[in-house]
Design a protein around this ligand. Structure first.
Ligand code: ADP
Length: 624
């Protein structure tokens, strides 16, 4: 599954709302600040206007009191009169009134009691409004009063004498407390208005952005689900705007993805089915030699458990030097290659063909190895070679003998009847042997190639065995063997070809006589196995002869296999008899094997199917 990218910490909706709110808040704050500033300015201008008018009135009222001719410092009476006038004006003007001499000495101040000496107040020469008034005629300043400690707006007017010389400065100070409290109220009102506007902006932006971004969020959720593997997910009811177009595109993309993935899955399933059902092993490696895929046949060939080695390096999976070298060669040269390896200890022979692909990436399929199990083929080849060698050898022996005696005859033995006759008899015997071998070979090849059709008829075993015994009786008697037959009276007939089965019995009896030293014992017995209709009859030909070592027992049914070659030849054997017997028995859907006899000798056992009622009609048996 594709890992989902980390989702942004802030969603688009939140980002949009926050930025809108930031913009709105900034706007409201700037507007509020500007409004406040202009209101402050306005109020201050009004206050100043009032102050100027009142100061002018105060100056006008005080001019007679400060008329020239009254030398400074003022006397007690003048000071009291000035203080009264100052206090009176201050009461009417609702302001602090101060009269200052040109040298900065305070002549009167409405804030000090009548009994106090105003000249004791700090010299006002350095007050900005006083400096300005003395130089320009009028001066203004706003500051915190050193006397009252309250923010105050000051306005000062110079009073000139008739000669144009300044006699005093009249200054009015209006505390800004009222203005400040009014501005405070304004600030509160503005803060309230801003809060309401901000609240409304939050609500509105929530509503607007919710409407705008919800479809986007829905699309994001669906896209995440599709990426997570839920290919059936679709964005519902896309609108007709850009977001709707995006939703439509996502839906189309999901449709295509779904159909592509379905197609890929089907292709993959078909490919896997093909790979799994293949008899040949298939292995796919990347350029580094890592195993990308291996079909069950290849796993079986290397004795690996299913799917356990995917992703591992091939050297760690299959420890076979020749195979590892082949893989290295193919991956290094990037060229087709092949070879044959033999697995140990199983002895399985594998033919390997490797093809390389044009791979670009490290983890891409680079080489495909196809493995054919050619063990059976190699075995067949060996059997064929052995057979040819055996046949040649078997034929060469009598032929060499014939050629030798013919040459001896030609060299002069022919003119000597005493020599010629035994030579000719040997030649005749060897020719018979050649004939025998060729007949047996022909018969074997006919049975093996399916040219011989066995009849399928009920055969009475007692009858058949007695006829076979009669045939070998002369040689058995000659060797003074005691031959016994023990068959239960109710032994059912078997199903088969009487002539061929007779051949089987004669062959076994002939061997028993041949391979049992004089005065031996040969027993033929039979018994029934299993139920009537589906059962079998087991026949046993036992002798007290030389026996067959256990290791040779399974092999005596092979062509030309003889336990003791010299003895077999001496006894006139071809080494093909038991092979023909086995083919005939198996052609009857029967089985044959050999066991050791107690205390010595061999026991050849045959099992053949019991005849059924329908076998009465003679029918050819299908070949095994
Ligand atoms: P052959 O013509 O040599 O007898 P067979 O195919 O009949 O060939 O038998 C194969 C070999 O099996 C014989 O060469 C012999 O070594 C062994 N054999 C067969 N029957 C007997 C037996 N009854 N006792 C001992 N060895 C036997």
């Amino acid at each position: 599954m594709i890992p989902l990218p980390n989702l942004p910490k802030l969603s688009i909706r939140l980002k949009a709302i926050l930025s809108a709110l930031l913009a709105v808040s900034l706007g409201i704050l700037v507007a509020g600040w500007l409004a406040l500033r202009s209101l402050e300015q306005l109020e201050l201008a009004r206050l100043e206007e009032t102050l100027i008018v009142r100061t002018e009135l105060a100056a006008y009222s005080l001019t007679p009191t400060l008329s020239p001719g009254r030398p400074l410092p003022l006397g007690q009476r003048e000071r009291e009169s000035l203080h009264r006038a100052t206090a009176e004006i201050a009461r009417h003007a609702l302001a602090r009134v101060t009269v200052i001499a040109p040298d900065g000495t305070v002549l009167a101040d409405s804030t000090i009691p009548a009994t106090a000496d105003a000249s004791q107040l700090e010299n006002h020469r350095r007050r900005p409004e006083v400096i300005q008034a003395l130089s320009d005629g009028r001066g203004r300043h706003v500051r915190k009063s050193a006397t009252t400690g309250v923010n105050t707006a000051y306005f000062a007017l110079r009073i000139d004498g008739p000669s144009g010389v300044a006699v005093a400065v009249v200054r009015l100070g209006l505390p800004l407390t009222t203005l400040e409290s009014r501005i405070g109220d304004l600030q509160h009102a503005l803060a309230l208005a801003c809060s309401v506007a901000l609240g409304a902006a939050i609500l509105l932006s929530l509503m607007i952005f919710n409407g705008l971004t919800k479809p986007l969020s829905d699309i994001a959720v669906v896209a995440r689900r599709i990426a997570g593997g839920a290919l059936g997910e679709r964005v519902a009811g896309p609108s007709r705007d850009e977001v709707g177009m995006l939703a439509e595109s996502i839906n189309q993309m999901a449709d295509q993805l779904e159909s592509k993935i379905q197609q890929v899955s089907e292709d993959r399933a078909q490919l896997l089915a093909m790979l799994s059902s293949m008899v040949e092993g298939v292995m796919v490696l990347d350029v580094q030699g890592r195993l990308l895929r291996m079909n069950p046949a290849a796993e079986r060939m290397f004795g690996l458990s299913s799917g356990s080695c995917s992703g591992q390096h091939i050297d760690r999976v299959i420890r076979h030097q020749e195979f590892a070298e082949l893989v290295r060669r193919v991956l290094a040269s990037k060229e087709q290659g092949g070879g044959e390896i033999t697995m140990r200890p199983s002895g399985t022979t594998l033919r390997i063909e490797a093809t390389v692909t044009d791979c670009q990436r490290d983890d891409e399929a680079c080489a495909v190895f196809v493995l054919h199990d050619i063990t059976a083929l190699r075995r067949l080849e060996k059997v064929r070679k052995d057979f040819v060698a055996n046949v040649s050898h078997e034929l060469r022996t009598p032929l060499t003998s014939i050629k030798g005696y013919v040459e001896a005859l030609l060299d002069g033995a022919l003119s000597n009847p005493a020599q010629a006759e035994p030579f000719l008899q040997i030649i005749s015997r060897q020719a018979d042997r050649l004939n025998l071998i060729i007949e047996d070979l022909l018969q074997l090849s006919q049975i093996e190639s399916g040219q011989v059709h066995f009849k399928h008829e009920p055969v009475d075993l007692k009858d058949l065995i007695e006829r076979s015994l009669a045939m070998i009786k002369p040689i058995a008697d000659k060797k003074r063997h005691r031959v016994t037959l023990a068959l239960p009276p109710d032994l059912p007939p078997i199903s088969g070809d009487e002539e061929r089965l007779g051949q089987v019995l004669t062959n076994l009896l002939d061997n028993a006589v041949k391979y049992t030293p004089e005065g031996g014992r040969i027993e033929i017995s039979g018994r029934r196995i299993g139920e009537s209709g589906s059962g079998q009859v087991e026949l046993c030909v036992a002798d007290s002869g030389v026996g067959i070592p256990p290791a040779d027992r399974p092999r005596v049914f092979e062509r030309f296999y003889r336990v003791d070659k010299a003895r077999s030849r001496e006894l006139g054997g071809t080494g093909l008899g038991l092979s023909i017997v086995k083919h005939i028995v198996e052609g009857h859907r029967g089985a044959i094997w050999v066991e050791g006899n107690d205390p010595f000798g061999s026991r050849f056992l045959i099992r053949l199917p019991i005849a059924m009622l329908s076998d009465a009609a003679s029918q050819p048996l299908p070949q095994a």
